[in-house]
Write a protein that binds this ligand. Structure first.
Ligand code: ZN
Length: 362
């Protein structure tokens, strides 16, 4: 028998280890061709109950929601809820509907998935994410974004218990959505640099596992950029896996840090100043080029990858004038100020103008 020496016990008591972290991860992840038919088996595997609320958008109900209902109809009591937009009113009526069901299935794009995520979290129901597009990493993460009076708020929720992503459906979605999802993954590069910076400047704790996973996910995507073609099921497969992997990195970190740095603050500022113009990933991609330049990294390489994938690289590409982008750069530090990034290092109006101009440089 091995005995702990009195000396060791004394050391342990003098420096108690008091760290703890709760990592919530999805349990069943099914990505691939024609996988919606596997939803009954997944529900059975997870023992979620006997009745489900299927939350969907108007067109996504026709596209995939009705198929999900059809597959589950024999064994489950199905209710449907249409979420035409994401706002307080829709969320409240979604919650009412969810209380009559054992679990929630969100079938649709980013807004539908976010609505289902919040509704299920607030009603203490499990939630299955069935994305119809691979446009951002919210399909697998614990956070949901809801529009608010001053832009939008990022809310804490739980990650989906399962993700069922049909690559055929995702490949059929507009390429702009997939390219935006790629840009959201590419932003992991600068999100991590910002995290390292916050660690050095502010002593913020880091998770090396979460960082390594987020970085590797972006690297794999960039090194396979030639696969990312419009309406290719292989591309849909690649990007969806990468989005799930980014979501898992956030779950390991217990925050969105591995996938969200200054480029995301810029994106949120742009959302406020020019609402509805750029998709989330698109503005994050543009912010990543600027952030990478500020970090002294290969910003031209980031720009080339975004271009190759078909994502925008300048404000003009998304129909936003340069002055608005300049103002967004200046505003970025006021968004989520507790999240320290390179954008907090004192960008002046003059330097912001130069940074935006640089995006157009050959
Ligand atoms: Zn994002």
């Amino acid at each position: 028998m091995i005995r702990m020496s009195a000396e060791v016990i004394k050391v342990l008591k003098s420096k108690p280890f008091d760290k703890s972290r709760w990592m919530q991860l999805p349990r069943d992840v099914v990505i691939g061709h024609d996988v919606l038919s596997q939803i009954p088996a997944i529900c059975e595997d997870l023992k979620l109950g006997s009745s489900a609320l299927v939350i969907s958008g108007k067109s996504t109900m026709d596209l995939a929601g009705s198929q999900v209902c059809k597959y589950l109809n024999d064994a489950y009591t199905i209710r449907t809820f249409s979420a035409p937009a994401i706002n307080e009113k829709v969320i409240r009526s979604g919650e009412k509907a969810a209380k009559k069901a054992d679990f929630v299935i969100g079938v649709g794009g980013g807004r539908v998935i976010d609505t289902a995520k919040i509704v299920s979290y607030n009603t203490d129901r499990q939630f299955i994410s069935v994305p119809t597009a691979a446009s951002h990493d919210g399909i697998a993460s614990a956070r949901a974004s809801v529009p608010s009076a001053d832009g939008h708020a990022s809310l804490d929720a739980h990650p989906p218990i399962a993700i069922v992503a049909d690559t055929g459906i995702i490949a059929a979605a507009p390429h702009r959505l997939l390219a935006s999802g790629c840009a959201d993954i590419i932003s992991n590069y600068t999100a991590i640099l910002d995290w390292e910076l916050a660690h050095r400047v502010k002593g913020e704790p880091m998770s090396e596992y979460a960082m390594a996973l987020a970085k590797m996910t972006a690297e794999i995507l960039v090194s396979n950029a030639q696969v990312i073609r419009p309406h290719s099921e292989e591309a849909a497969w690649f990007v969806t896996k990468a989005l799930v992997s980014s979501g898992v990195a956030m779950s390991i970190a217990g925050s969105s840090r591995p996938g969200s740095g200054g480029e995301h603050k810029f994106s949120h500022a742009l959302d406020r100043l020019a609402p509805g113009k750029a998709l989330h990933g698109e503005s994050c991609g543009i912010g990543t080029i600027i952030s990478m330049y500020l970090h002294g990294g290969d910003w031209k390489g980031i720009r080339a990858s975004l271009k190759a994938i078909g994502a925008p690289v300048t404000p003009a590409d998304v129909g936003i004038d340069d002055e608005t982008a300049v103002q967004a750069l200046l505003m970025a530090k006021t968004i989520r100020p507790e999240r320290f990034t390179i954008f907090d290092m004192g960008i002046t109006e003059d330097s912001a103008r130069k940074l935006v101009k640089m995006l157009y440089q050959e």
